[in-house]
Design a protein around this ligand. Structure first.
Ligand code: WTA
Length: 685
């Protein structure tokens, strides 16, 4: 199938920009793998007849089942109010608290159970096991501090810039307890990136940690808060307070001095709140729980706003039935809580189900590629969740390591990028020891939880395919003209979802216009329509659907590059390059990479009269790192005499992408400056 080359398609349709989907690898159709009987026997959802409940004619009633997994102060009076498309309102009138559902309600039966296993990166540092009772105490005390020392109340926003430590879920849950909207920024992002998000969300309070371990080094993290506050001030936004958790309680581990009157050491101030309890605030289901900023098609990251009731219902149901979490399981998702995967599938989903969730501070391949398997053995982890990039790196560095350790996974997840069938097979055979089911879950920051995946005890697995829509999700692939591409057509198109679902984001923070334009305008059948059927959600990914109904995701069709499972906006990287005085033009293209899936190459052109030099290239590199963070560092900065351009002056990114990927750029004779192509190829060698 999929014999049609999307690169050629793109060329034929005259598209000038290059997308990931266009340089997607075209894998062979693979055979099926069946879930083991032992897995089916214990699974939360194993009766295929039950899937009938989720047909589109039963929408939206079937989502009641999702909400019923939660405890409500007041039941909703309407499942879905769809009267103002595409601003869907779920469980209208219902009252709920997310923290109560993830903590308090488990105390009666599970208070002595571990809620969070915190695994520090240094192996000689003991693992901390936080019971639900301890989590309850620590969340309450910190909520009291936020309320009484910071004056925070429901609806306020707080920016978190925290590493992978137990204090991060504690902080999130304390916010949720008060109805405060948290906005966690990935700790690997720069101070400037943190500032942009704090400014956009108007956070007066920032919460960080002094230091954390990564790759064997105790990194100074507090210094980033100083940069963040200063950069926000330049944009006219004042951060009043910076709360600093100590990586080692009682000891300040950062060389960066504290700012008088602004910085507060949380661990000191907390003593004042010992033993305090805070009633969870009864929030409307549609009140926001958190913002998660993500890259889009412009230079500015957008704040995806997620609701309390709909989001929590969605991640709880999918954790129970797609992740197959039972309360007695030990569940380890090796993502970072700074991304949506960590929010939904380290913190909110597993804790709502009273699971024991592992929070790992460090790098999976440090000090060696046996580390994850030692952790799995020690904690007796039986559900494991990670990304293709991590799997590729673990396979490269330690192909035989898993066999050395006595752990048994019943269930494994892959998320965030397409997984190559050989990598999938290694994951299945070596990591899963041939006994674990695998779900390849496709979804996005905007979606709250999984969109496509097999139901692990019901559907067979197929390497390289995400599977059908999950129960209740009805995907469709449209071509550029808005025509539906049927299953088995062999053609790639844009994957959309026909129906709203409770986990979907409510809007882009302070930018509802962009929300409508970016996700709904392209395939909206009638902008005046009040019928949800006319408003399919466009994900921004290219996909093909096989005859069996399984979807294979090909990659982004927009200006987003998925690097090691992290979304980076090409426009954000280009803007960072353009801040360097010598640069006049910048273009970023995705390059296929063995480990990270895709990496960015950054092409720049200089002001007339300037010569290419390593100094300039280094300056460009440094600008990207300080504006966004080290994860956005391009593979290379290539200084070119001129960009390949159309006669109307548009940069032909597809030509640059072909050069970077050592592919044929095709016919370039229609360019305004075809002679430049060979010169660039020579430089990029
Ligand atoms: C990609 C991460 C292939 C996709 C949860 C999507 C995937 C983007 C898969 C969202 C998968 C995610 N197979 N591609 N199983 N899962 N993607 O917002 O391009 O960080 O649009 O959310 O990752 O990235 P985000």
């Amino acid at each position: 199938m999929a014999d049609k080359n999307p690169r050629r398609q793109a060329r034929e349709s005259g598209s000038e920009d290059v997308s990931e989907a266009q340089i997607a690898v075209h894998w062979q159709e693979e055979g099926y793998y069946s879930p083991p009987k032992s897995f089916i026997a214990q699974a939360n959802l194993s009766d295929a007849r039950k899937l009938k409940r989720f047909s589109l004619d039963k929408f939206p009633g079937y989502f009641t089942e999702f909400a019923e997994l939660l405890d409500w102060y007041k039941k909703w009076n309407k499942i879905l109010d769809a009267s103002r498309p595409p601003f869907w309102r779920w469980f209208v009138g219902g009252k709920i608290n997310a923290c109560y559902n993830c903590v308090d309600r488990h105390l009666a039966r599970h208070k002595n159970k571990t809620a969070i296993h915190f695994v520090p990166e240094p192996e000689d540092e003991a693992i901390q096991h936080l019971t639900y009772q301890e989590l309850f105490v620590r969340v309450n005390e910190f909520a009291a501090l936020l309320r009484d020392s910071c004056g925070l109340k429901a609806g306020d926003r707080v920016t978190l810039h925290m590493p992978m430590v137990a204090e991060l879920p504690i902080t999130m849950l304390a916010c949720a307890r008060l109805g405060v909207i948290h906005s966690q920024v990935f700790s690997g992002f720069s101070g400037k990136a943190c500032a942009d998000r704090a400014t956009d969300s108007e956070s007066r309070v920032m919460i960080t940690m002094d230091a954390y371990y990564r790759g064997g080094k105790l990194l100074d993290h507090k210094e980033k808060a100083d940069v963040a506050v200063a950069e926000a001030a330049k944009d006219g936004h004042k951060v009043d307070k910076v709360l600093i958790w100590q990586r080692y309680p009682g000891k300040y581990s950062s060389p960066t001095p504290l700012a008088e009157g602004r910085d507060i050491i949380v661990n000191d101030l907390l003593k004042k709140y010992r033993g305090q309890r805070v009633e969870p605030v009864q929030m409307l289901a549609e009140a926001p729980l958190f913002l998660m900023y993500t890259s889009g098609t412009t230079g500015k990251p957008k704040g995806c706003q997620h609701s309390i009731g709909g989001y929590l219902a969605y991640v709880t149901w999918t954790s129970k039935y797609i992740q197959d979490i039972h309360p007695e399981d030990v569940y380890w998702c090796m993502a970072d809580i700074g991304w949506i995967t960590g929010h939904s599938y380290i913190v909110y989903g597993p804790l709502a189900l009273a699971a024991s969730s592992v929070v790992f501070e460090g790098v999976p391949t440090h000090p060696d590629a046996g580390r994850p398997w030692r952790i799995a053995e020690q904690l007796d982890v039986n559900i494991f969740h990670t990304s293709p990039t991590a799997i590729r790196a673990l396979r490269r560095d330690g192909p035989d390591e898993p066999a050395k350790y006595h752990y048994r996974f019943k269930h494994m997840t892959t998320v965030g990028e397409p997984i190559e069938p050989p990598v999938w097979k290694w994951y299945h055979k070596v990591v899963g020891k041939g006994e674990a089911v695998i779900v390849d879950t496709w979804w996005q920051t905007e979606n709250g939880g999984f969109l496509c995946s097999t139901v692990p005890a019901i559907h067979k697995m197929k390497p390289g395919s995400a599977g059908p829509g999950i129960p209740g999700i009805h995907p469709v692939i449209y071509d550029d003209e808005g025509k539906e591409l049927p299953a088995g057509s062999g053609k790639a198109g844009n994957i959309c979802i026909r129906n709203p679902w409770p986990g979907g984001f409510q809007t882009i923070w302070k930018d509802p216009t962009r929300f409508v334009r970016q996700y709904y305008s392209r395939y909206c059948k009638n902008p005046k329509s009040k019928n949800w059927r006319d408003w399919p959600y466009m994900a921004g990914d290219g996909a093909v659907q096989a005859k069996d109904g399984y979807y294979r995701i090909l990659g982004r069709i927009d200006d987003v590059i998925n690097v090691a499972g992290h979304r980076l906006g090409t426009k954000e990287i280009e803007s960072a390059a353009l801040l360097v005085g010598e640069v006049v033009e910048a273009a970023v293209v995705p390059v296929a990479d063995q480990i990270k899936g895709k990496v960015p190459d950054l092409y720049v052109a200089l002001k007339p009269g300037l010569n290419a030099s390593k100094t300039i290239a280094d300056k460009v590199m440094a600008s990207v790192v300080s504006e966004i963070g080290a994860i956005a560092r391009p593979r290379q900065v290539i200084i070119v005499p001129d960009m390949p351009k159309t006669r109307s002056g548009k940069i032909m990114r597809r030509v640059l992408a072909a050069i970077s990927n050592r592919q044929d750029p095709g016919d370039v004779s229609t360019l305004a400056n075809p002679e430049v192509v060979d010169k660039i190829r020579e430089i990029a060698k």
